[in-house]
Design a binder for this molecule. Structure first.
Ligand code: PDD
Length: 279
């Protein structure tokens, strides 16, 4: 596997970062995951806009202002195996003596790699996946795609330990998102997802699903989802760059709707695959 680190393409075994890197010491950095289908990056512009917003949010924009992302990502893809990839991009505040104060004159650490993403499994259409609800124990800046993911990791693992694949997070009696995905429900043929704000990541897949809904006359709303609405939904979906659109057919051990992926999911899944194939 070839990775990109601070201007160089290297075999992963030769890519090294200092133990004083603020990413390692503080989790002081942000990241992106961009899906690429046969070398074509999906929604690159939107991902790079979000990257820029994240760099602004953590006051790191100037440190990477020279970076030309697109040629680097394309070269990275061409230097690795063909196939569908999740391109992982990671920027930290760089190497400095340990001090909470932001250091002056430090170069950011810039890292990128690709990991294969599996196409949605065939039996997904028949079965869907299980999720559980958990209290959203994260901070109030969840719109920042921060590399410090300890709460998300622990929440996801609690879901795995319960035999589910994802935790759907509840804050003040409202569903926010999954531990690593956005959440949608369908009620009486209306697609509903929580509005953007500090309690969830503005997912690129989420936006694409809303765009496809608008273009294809699917009724949709961006509004808060009460925990009780989540539990009474006809359908629940999770979206992310690596999961695409995943139907949740069991929530907290009970069937969602009739317990199989719903008709609205199948419609959106088909629209999404069609969009992907035209990239
Ligand atoms: N995670 N919310 C959270 C907390 C996420 O971590 C992710 C994605 C999403 C979906 O965003 P997008 O559609 O832009 O992928 C929502 C990535 C895939 C990850 O951490 O690997």
């Amino acid at each position: 596997m070839i990775v990109f680190l601070n201007g160089e393409f290297l075999p992963v075994e030769q890519a090294h970062v200092s133990v004083l890197d603020r990413g390692f010491i503080f989790g002081d950095g942000i990241y992106e995951v961009i899906p690429a289908y046969n070398g074509k990056l999906l929604r690159l512009e939107q991902h790079l806009t979000r990257l820029k917003n994240n760099l602004d949010a953590i006051r790191l924009t100037d440190a990477v202002s020279d970076m030309q992302w697109e040629p680097v990502l394309k070269e990275l893809l061409s230097r690795n195996e063909p196939g569908d990839m999740g391109v992982y991009l990671h920027v930290t505040r760089g190497v400095a003596p340990r001090d909470h104060t932001l250091p002056d004159g430090v170069s950011a650490t810039i890292f990128a790699m690709c990991n294969p993403i599996a196409p949605p499994a065939r039996d997904l259409k028949n079965k869907g996946v299980a999720a559980i609800t958990l209290e959203d124990s994260r901070w109030k800046n969840c719109h920042i795609k921060a590399i410090s993911l300890l709460p998300n990791i622990l929440l996801r693992q609690q879901a795995i330990d319960a035999g589910a694949v994802e935790a759907i997070l509840i804050r003040d009696d409202e569903a926010t998102e999954g531990a690593a995905s956005n959440v949608f429900i369908v009620k009486e043929n209306v697609l509903i997802t929580p509005p953007k704000g500090p309690f969830l990541l503005p997912g690129i897949t989420r936006d694409l699903v809303l765009e496809l809904a608008a273009k294809n006359n699917v009724l949709h709303e961006e509004r808060t989802i009460k925990a009780s609405e989540l539990h009474n939904a006809d359908e629940i979906w999770l979206t992310s760059s690596t999961k695409e659109i995943l139907p949740v057919t069991q929530l907290d051990g009970k069937p969602v709707g009739d317990g199989s992926p719903g008709p609205q999911w199948l419609k959106m899944f088909t629209l999404f695959q069609d969009y992907k194939s035209k990239v």
